[in-house]
Design a protein around this ligand. Structure first.
Ligand SMILES: [Mg+2]
Ligand SMILES: [Zn+2]
Length: 184
């Protein structure tokens, strides 16, 4: 049984003070590579699911988005943190596609490619639309909350950054691990 951690991109992996349209706009949070390495060491697939409506709106091209994601992959790989897949919705907002979060399409697309167990997998995001996508796909959810603001969320857990989220995911995964046989 395979598990996946599906990460939102902007505000979870990289800072999101302004649109990330070029590789030089990409500023990774410092805990990202260690958090991904920790997930991989526990056997998780690590994927990204990101809304990039700027492509559909004409602010950036598919090629530019690919350059940003090549840079993301390379920066993480240089720190020993390998991503298994990146799934992007490039449709414009309100285009009524089935993949833009809060729709679950991106998560289901990743599941069809990588064959992980949805109820044993996790979505991590900094917006409630990420959490709704996770709930709709049938995975467990963690909301990233920047700062000390209290927020209302449907997520199973809230954390300040990805490393905190991953520490909870690992503990939670152990408690739902039905492959462990208990000795008498
Ligand atoms: Mg985000
Ligand atoms: Zn879409």
């Amino acid at each position: 049984m395979k598990r996946a951690a599906i990460l939102d991109r902007d505000g979870v992996i990289n800072e999101f003070r302004r649109a990330v349209n070029r590789p030089e706009d990409l500023i990774l949070y410092p805990e990202i590579a260690p958090a991904i390495r920790l997930l991989k060491s526990r056997g998780f697939l690590v994927c990204v699911a990101t809304n990039q409506g700027g492509v559909g709106l004409g602010y950036m091209t598919d090629e530019q988005l690919e350059e940003v994601h090549d840079a993301l992959t390379a920066q993480l790989a240089a720190k020993g943190a390998k991503l298994d897949a990146i799934a992007s919705c490039t449709h414009a907002p309100h285009a009524s596609c089935t993949c833009r979060k809060p729709q679950p399409g991106l998560l289901l697309q990743l599941q069809r490619t990588l064959h992980f167990s949805l109820p044993h997998s996790y979505m991590v995001g900094d917006r409630e639309t990420d959490i709704s996508a996770g709930v709709a796909a049938g995975v467990r959810t963690v909301r990233i909350v920047h700062g000390s603001i209290k927020i209302k969320t449907k997520a199973n857990y809230s954390a300040h950054n990805l490393l905190e989220a991953v520490e909870w995911i690992i503990t939670d995964a152990e408690s739902t691990d039905d492959t462990i046989t208990h000795r008498i």
